[in-house]
Design a protein around this ligand. Structure first.
Ligand code: COA
Length: 328
């Protein structure tokens, strides 16, 4: 008998440290007014010196597990979507596995930038529906403050740290009705961290030239995002054999309020049908969508049976979209 994969638990964690736009005004040539009008962001969270990606990921994971009907021993796969792992080796997923005591789970990281969570969700859906794995823990977790160059005002104001998690398992009602991922490597230079891998090794040259931090062609990413967010949402809705009128809520990747508003407008969705938390967190890359999903659920904005579009884009370039009928 066919089974359907869906979300049976969500959770999130953001660090305590709040960095406001006025804090940034003190260390760079920027203004609260510029940041708010150009991005929609008012503040973001930043890890303490003692925190790394796996710490936030583990807290979000435990939160999601306690909000579900399974326990940690039931988890048989952990995928951590991140571009800011604790270190290149071992994977952050293995560190999380140990921290939360999920001894029965295989564990690996996935790098698809801000689309990482939706890439991981696609993989999880296939494994659950093929009955190879039963309870998959997906985590999007980022310590973007570790790769931000505070001398580059065009990127430094955008990003924040955090983690969101979801458990994907068999569901009786609803589930992941459709999911689409895509990539276009011709845009690989639009958003990158050039050094620290095998091409430009970590050393005096890379540190002096700040090549371990994010470089972005903001306008190119902006144009790509505005087009892709609505196009891919429509594709996911069609793939689910639904129409725009069937959609109850939109949870978009939280990069820029102008990108979100233009996507919502193209989809004909009113403001109260679109979740926005970038005001408080900035862009948390792969953590954006799962944190938003967890908060929207806890705030009662999404409820069992609702049909929700999740959509995101990111470095690579990559993108993903999905229609989920909420099962919890
Ligand atoms: N504070 C004040 N001024 C700033 C600034 C800051 N933090 N950052 C850039 N500026 C200045 C620029 O230097 C430029 O000045 P100039 O006209 O004198 O050269 C001016 O503001 C306009 O810059 P521009 O890059 O055209 O602004 P923009 O309206 O395109 O907004 C982004 C820039 C980055 C906010 C926008 O392009 C964006 O959001 N892109 C998508 C980024 C994204 O989503 N990335 C993550 C993908 S997952």
């Amino acid at each position: 008998m066919d089974i359907k994969a869906g979300i049976i638990g969500v959770g999130s964690y953001v660090p305590k440290n709040v960095i406001t736009n006025s804090d940034l005004e003190k260390i760079m040539d920027t203004s609260d007014e510029w940041i708010k009008t150009r991005t929609g962001i008012s503040e973001r969270r930043i890890v303490s010196e003692l925190e790394a990606t796996s710490d936030m990921a583990s807290k979000a994971a435990l939160n999601a597990i306690s909000n579900s009907k399974i326990n940690v021993n039931d988890i048989d796969m952990i995928i951590v979507a991140t571009v800011t792992p604790d270190s290149p080796l071992p994977s952050t997923a293995c560190i999380v596995q140990e921290k939360i005591g999920a001894t029965n789970a295989i564990a690996f990281d996935l790098a698809a930038a801000c689309s990482g969570f939706l890439y991981a969700m696609n993989i999880a859906k296939r494994f659950v529906e093929s009955k190879m794995y039963n309870n998959i823990l997906l985590i999007g977790a980022e310590t973007l403050s570790s790769v931000v160059n505070y001398d580059d005002r065009s990127t430094a104001v955008l990003f924040g740290d955090g983690a969101g998690a979801a458990i994907i398992s068999k569901v009786e009602e609803g589930g992941i009705l459709s999911i689409i991922n895509g990539a276009d490597g011709t845009g690989k230079d639009y958003l990158k961290i050039p050094a620290g891998g095998s091409r430009i090794k970590a050393g005096e040259y890379s540190i002096k030239n700040k090549l371990h931090s994010i470089k972005m062609s903001g306008n190119d990413v902006f144009k790509f995002a505005v087009r892709k967010m609505s196009e891919e949402s429509v594709k996911a809705i069609e793939k689910a054999k639904l129409s725009l009128e069937d959609i109850d809520f939109l949870i978009p990747h939280q990069a820029n309020i102008r990108i979100i508003e233009s996507s919502a407008k193209r989809l004909g969705l009113k403001k109260d049908k679109v979740y926005v938390n970038l005001t408080r967190y900035g862009n948390m890359s792969s953590a954006s969508i799962p944190v938003a999903m967890d908060e929207a659920f806890r705030e009662g904005k999404i409820k069992k049976g609702d049909k929700i579009v999740l959509v995101g884009f990111g470095g690579g370039l990559t993108w993903g979209s999905s229609v989920v009928q909420w099962s919890i």
